[in-house]
Design a protein around this ligand. Sequence first.
Ligand SMILES: Cc1cc2nc3c(=O)[nH]c(=O)nc-3n(C[C@H](O)[C@H](O)[C@H](O)COP(=O)(O)O)c2cc1C
Length: 190
Amino acid sequence: MGEIMVLDIIKDRRSIHSFQEKEVDMKLLNEIFTYGSYAPTHYMKEPWRIKLFQGKGKEMLIWSILNSYLRMGMLKKDQDKTMASMKSFLMAIPHHAVIYFEKENDPVRYEEEYSAVCAFIQNAQLAAWELGVGMLWTITPYMHDANFYDEIGLDIEKDKIAAVMQIGYPKKVPKSKGRTPIDHKMEIID
Ligand SMILES: Cc1cc2nc3c(=O)[nH]c(=O)nc-3n(C[C@H](O)[C@H](O)[C@H](O)COP(=O)(O)O)c2cc1C
């Protein structure tokens, strides 16, 4: 059997949009986030924080998400069917990990923390892929809603949500969209 190469994992990992019902074992999730934590981090701040919603805990998160959509007018109170289908769609995802960090007032420090957290997320995604677990990195408008922060036990003045990761065993793996040749993105000055 050939060795699994990190280079293959980088290329083969896909964002997963549909998950099997089965939960991922907590030991495995711990391992995945531990790999995440080997991300580079200036001053060894290790700014990443995780709120992992699963099982009964998902009800609370999803309720807060729907409330936020209602407040923002992205959903209307009379759209019962849409609300119900959104709820069941989100409930079917085994784990939701809110990834956040404590805000820094200094803009350079803020960017350092934010960047390290993004590196953490990608490391975790790659480790997950190698271990057979799929993820979807999501950024949505409720991540700027103070009430949403409140409802899940965060404080928008102090905390910044970087992403909500949807996690589970993949049901379907999308085809790669490939990437633009990097020379289209690179300017060489020598
Ligand atoms: C910061 C960030 C936010 C993203 N937010 C979403 C999202 O909200 N919804 C979604 O379907 N995909 C989201 N994605 C995933 C991208 O759609 C995905 O990476 C892209 O389509 C390429 O597919 P691949 O990851 O399978 O290569 C996000 C990716 C990043 C890096």
